[in-house]
Design a protein around this ligand. Sequence first.
Ligand code: S3P
Length: 186
Amino acid sequence: MPQDVTADDSRSPTHAELLSRPIAFIGFMGAGKSTMAELTAARLGREWFDTDRLVVERCGRSIPDLFAAGEQSTFRALERQVIAELLIGEPAVISLGGGALEDADTRDAVFEHAFVVNLAVSWDDVKAELPTLMQTRPLLQNRTETEIHELFLRRQATYRKAHMRVRVPRGDLEAAADYVLSALMG
Ligand code: S3P
């Protein structure tokens, strides 16, 4: 990556700079962000945080409960708050909820302060998991496959902006984590 000799805030961060930041896994629901973030954190000797878990801990309510009560905006506000805190803490590995970057403030902060890694999944993989995803993710309940596909496509624009994209082979999680780690190390 080319490096500027003058101070210029608009230049792209170098790989070394990115590695000194918190590592944020982004991607669609069911991509395996939490598992991969946990395994990556263990390999790097960093702490792992999952934003969904932190939101639930903080408000004492489940995500399905918040969504069922029509409080998606409360969920996004709490998500924004926990992510902002994680970005200024000791660099950890963070798994973000699949829609966290729909919030513009969260998106800007994450791209500015984290090493953003997109765990990419194909629509075919998502489709194969749809029955499970539709049961466990409130956002997908009562939606048609076409609507979910549209959501998937719409979110790709943000996912594609990640500093790094990895598509992990399905199956052996430990091998997948080794693969992610070697990609991270460049
Ligand atoms: C959401 C994804 C979920 C969770 C919430 C909303 C989304 O996290 O944050 O149900 O908007 O994509 P996962 O991506 O971990 O499933």
